[in-house]
Write a protein of this length. Structure first.
Ligand SMILES: NC(=O)c1ccc[n+]([C@@H]2O[C@H](COP(=O)([O-])OP(=O)(O)OC[C@H]3O[C@@H](n4cnc5c(N)ncnc54)[C@H](OP(=O)(O)O)[C@@H]3O)[C@@H](O)[C@H]2O)c1
Length: 261
């Protein structure tokens, strides 16, 4: 039986992507830390489509070797993964010399290492079957440096570059990989990144997680390598391409600095 593996499926964009997969009668394996939330999400997904099988694996994906743990759990259950949604991720706001390095190390492990290793572990089977889809959730932050969220922006730049490089290697294999790049989106992200009430979320249009997921999902089906959601975000990314680099980093710095308490 084929399954879609969705990380960070207990809320926000990942939850909305899981709902779309359920509507399309896709079996699901949900991953996040909060077991109770995963149980609730499973019940909700089965209400959407009772024909699917939904399993979940509670796991902190910022732990070393968590990708190997997920792979071995899925192998033990004899499931075949044909779609991966690498969505789990978080950010942190503040002056770099004041923020927690432990939190940043967790962010790098979750946003970069686990995403990369999950793909590494499941990709060979997809290549052999000549089919598979991988969606990596990046951000518009991937296109620019972001003072006061310096490490987060850098992790998303990695996700975008990694996805584009891999997309080139996957040509003609039947497997596709896509980077979803949303701008500010109404989820728990803002609160968890200590950004609540920030200028970033006040000055930029904030999308719903549902609309972001819908666009990302549709473009994944079409095999598009990069998806930037929303008109203003597309415009920002376009202007970054033409504006001098120093102008871009100063502009982002100004927007972000307004959020300092
Ligand atoms: N919201 C935005 O403005 C925005 C903009 C651009 C990009 N993004 C990206 O979109 C993705 C999804 O974020 P979101 O906005 O939907 O945030 P969210 O509402 O905070 O959801 C994050 C999801 O990831 C899970 N998660 C967090 N840390 C985890 C860990 N260590 N191990 C396993 N699961 C973990 C959470 O569940 P548990 O807490 O139960 O583990 C939750 O299911 C992230 O990669 C984020 O960087 C968000």
């Amino acid at each position: 039986m084929n399954y879609a593996l969705v990380t960070g499926a207990s809320g926000g964009i990942g939850y909305e992507l899981a709902k779309l997969l359920a509507k399309d009668t896709h079996n699901l394996i949900l991953v996040a830390r909060n077991k109770n939330k995963l149980e609730e999400v499973k019940a909700e997904l089965l209400k959407i489509n009772e024909k699917i099988d939904v399993r979940f694996i509670p796991k902190d994906l910022s732990e070393n070797n968590s990708a190997e743990f997920i792979k071995s759990e899925i192998d033990k259950q004899g499931l075949c993964v044909d779609t991966i949604i690498n969505n789990a991720g978080f950010g942190d706001f503040g002056k770099y010399w004041e923020t927690s390095f432990e939190k940043e190390a967790q962010m790098i492990r979750l946003n970069i290492l686990t995403l990369t290793q999950i793909t590494k572990l499941f990709l060979p089977d997809m290549i052999q079957r000549k089919s598979g889809k991988i969606l990596n959730v990046a951000s518009v932050a991937a296109f620019m440096p972001g003072s006061y969220m310096t490490v987060y922006y850098a992790t998303k730049a990695f996700v975008l570059s990694y996805t584009e490089g891999l997309a080139g290697e996957l040509r003609g294999t039947g497997v596709c990989v896509s980077a979803l790049c949303p701008g500010p989106t109404k989820t728990d992200f803002e609160n968890k990144a200590s950004l609540d009430g920030s200028d970033l979320f006040k000055k930029m249009p904030v999308a719903s997680a549902e609309s972001v997921a819908k666009i990302g999902y549709k473009r994944l089906q079409k095999g598009k390598v990069i998806t930037i959601t929303g008109f203003i975000n597309k415009l920002s990314v376009l202007s970054v391409r033409f504006a001098p680099r120093c102008l871009v980093r100063n502009l982002v710095r100004k927007i972000q600095k307004g959020s300092l308490k």
